[in-house]
Design a protein around this ligand. Structure first.
Ligand code: GLN
Length: 204
């Protein structure tokens, strides 16, 4: 079965590994380049993108992950992971870097500095079974996207209604919220399916 790596530099790696373990896939923590080489797809967890960025540089993972992304490896990023997949990051630290890959601008901690976290309802196109109960923790939102990016979900109601919180660009998927924390496996199942399809294509 398909091998899904979960980046293990910082963040809620374990929760993503638990989600993958529930599905028809093998999950593996990825901290080093040789571990990256052995996976078919990668999840970048929630956490703190400034720290993750710094550790990615220190562990020599920045360029190897950028190369795998360019070569078509499926990647899913939740929250801080979404920031790491963005081509442009607003309100980041000056030295903050991202892997990039999704042609979008994200704003860090966008939902307001007073409100550390909130929960809301999000429909994701392509995923059936009703709206997600989405948990946002000092989350980014997507400020704008290029034409190449497919908007999959927006906040349904409340003051942030309409904000983009789920996107896909070919083999790359990102959400502002944390499905790994709510036991709703639909996003992970969708991603495992993306990974399986990508594998089928490369094997011919
Ligand atoms: N605020 C964090 C950041 O900017 C993201 C928070 C999260 O992943 N829950 O990286």
């Amino acid at each position: 079965s398909v091998i899904i790596g979960v980046l293990a530099l910082q963040g809620d790696t374990r929760e993503h590994l638990h989600a993958v373990a529930e599905l028809d896939a093998v999950g593996r923590p990825v901290r080093r380049v040789d571990e990256l080489d052995s996976v078919d797809a990668l999840i970048i967890p929630g956490g703190e993108s400034t720290t993750m960025s710094k550790l990615a540089v220190e562990f020599g993972m920045l360029e190897p992950i950028r190369k795998r992304i360019a070569a078509g490896m499926p990647v899913y990023g939740s929250c801080a992971g979404m920031i790491m997949l963005a081509s442009v990051v607003l309100d980041g630290r000056p030295d903050q870097v991202s892997f990039g890959g999704i042609d979008m601008t994200v704003r860090r901690n966008a939902f307001g500095r007073q409100v550390d976290s909130f929960e809301g309802s999000v429909d994701i196109s392509g995923i059936e079974g009703g709206p997600f109960h989405a948990v946002f923790i000092r989350a980014p939102w997507v400020e704008s996207v290029d034409d190449s990016v497919e908007v999959l979900g927006r906040v349904k109601d409340g003051p942030a209604a309409g904000r983009i919180v789920a996107v896909r660009q070919q083999h790359l998927l990102a959400t502002s919220f944390h499905p790994e924390l709510t036991g709703d496996l639909r996003v992970h199942r969708y991603f495992v399916e993306m990974a399986r399809e990508a594998g089928t294509t490369t094997e011919g």
